[in-house]
Design a protein around this ligand. Structure first.
Ligand code: CO8
Length: 372
């Protein structure tokens, strides 16, 4: 039995924030903070804050803009966070809503109807509530049967989700699976933190996974190699969770947002990922010359350039290792799926590709694909 990715979908939020807009708000906050705390700063009791800069952001990360679910309040210096009207239990929740849009597109691309889907996996960095599962809400919204569950693996959720889907198909517990990645990340960004205020955006992606024999989509990728890997690290961390309210004194502390040691992540994750891809290519008997696309996790352009060079043994052409983080920023697990969704033109039957995620945990996952 061969399992394939037979269709993908993408929901892009309607609002976009440029680096200049984000930096202007951050720098207004810096001015406000330094003015309000001038005396303490003068006395050496507090450190003055420094400006952020669009030039730094673009050079250090490659990010130029990001799409968001709530622009106005993120750029309001007195708020600096998205705000959403809480929906009633009878309304479709926001994360389910954007997941449904991406899922419908993926089903259309794969020529599938809701009746064909018998498993839905919502795989992402955060779910907006603990239960009922977002996946079960989406199952109802789409009118699918079968079963559904949520899983969280930070930036590797989508690829780990695809592997879970493939295993469900191989075991016979499902025939056609939707893996949905509704990544609403902006609520977890500390917009007052210069090191991380620029990193993430919101998005949703979806993929249909099925047996090769039932696939009729126009762009079908057969999974010919797969390996997830994890290794514990505190270098990317968020302590947000259901027990926070039990410690009221630290309930809203900065560690409840996304925090990372970016340099350490860079240094530690690069060899982990390069080795993982090399081992999977060897196992699938695929050479660097065979690889026509590298669909990599979209966190940092310098990281992707490094991995691309390591895998191919030369600098990849832009078309070989598509970059979407310039426009979308880091969208956690959805990033490599956006690249796959947008950049499959020009592939011909038999071409090989690598789909690879890496991020918090640490967690990484490499799928070797063959274009059908
Ligand atoms: N503007 C101007 N200067 C700045 C800014 C800024 N905004 N920020 C930092 N600087 C300064 C620093 O103060 C430092 O100054 P100095 O040299 O005087 O000390 C200098 O710039 C260099 O700082 P860094 O060393 O931190 O800069 P880097 O070149 O390392 O770039 C990056 C920072 C872009 C963060 C980079 O380290 C990076 O991308 N690392 C890899 C990160 C990565 O891949 N992380 C994966 C995390 S994503 C994930 O797993 C998903 C988690 C779940 C989703 C969470 C949703 C919220």
């Amino acid at each position: 039995m061969s399992v394939v990715i037979s269709g993908t979908g993408l929901f892009t939020p309607p609002e976009k924030i440029s680096n200049d807009e984000l930096v202007a708000c951050f720098n207004s906050y810096v001015d406000k903070f330094n003015t309000e705390n001038a005396q303490a700063i003068e006395l050496g009791e507090l450190e003055a804050l420094s400006y952020s800069s669009s030039a730094f952001i673009e050079k250090a990360s490659g990010i130029k803009s990001r799409y968001v679910m709530s622009k106005q309040d993120i750029l309001d210096v007195n708020l600096m966070r998205p705000t959403f009207v809480e929906r009633s239990n009878d309304e479709l929740s926001m994360q389910a809503e954007i997941g449904v849009v991406a899922a419908k597109q993926a089903m259309e691309a794969a020529n599938k109807t809701p009746e064909d889907i018998d498993l839905i996996i919502v795989a992402c960095a955060y779910t907006q509530r603990s239960y009922p599962a977002m996946a079960i809400e989406i199952q109802q919204a789409l009118g699918c049967g079968g079963w559904a569950f949520d899983m969280l693996v930070a930036c590797s959720a989508a690829t780990f989700g695809i592997i879970n889907a493939a295993n469900a198909i191989r075991s016979g517990t499902a025939k056609t699976v939707l893996v949905i990645n509704p990544e609403i990340l902006t609520p977890q960004i500390n917009y007052r933190d210069r090191d991380s205020h620029f990193i993430f955006g919101d998005v949703a992606t979806a993929s249909v996974i099925e047996d090769e024999s039932t696939a009729t989509g126009d762009h079908v990728f057969k999974i010919i190699g797969e390996q997830p890997i994890t290794q514990f690290s505190n270098n990317i961390r968020s302590n947000i969770g259901y027990m926070n309210q039990c410690s009221p004194e630290t309930q809203h502390a900065d560690d409840k947002y996304f925090i990372q040691q970016g340099r350490k992540v860079f240094k530690e994750v690069l060899p982990m990922v390069s080795n993982l891809i090399a081992s999977q290519m060897e196992k699938a008997q695929v050479t660097p010359n065979d690889i026509k696309r590298l669909y990599l996790h979209q966190a940092n352009i310098n990281m992707n350039n490094f991995i691309g060079k390591k895998v191919l043994g030369r600098d990849p052409e832009p078309s070989e290792a598509p970059i979407i983080l310039d426009e979308y920023a880091n969208t956690s697990s959805a990033g490599c799926i956006i690249a796959l969704h947008k950049y499959h033109d020009g592939l011909t039957s038999g071409d090989k590709a690598v789909l690879c995620s890496f991020g918090a945990g640490y967690s990484a996952c490499c799928l070797v694909l063959e274009y059908k």
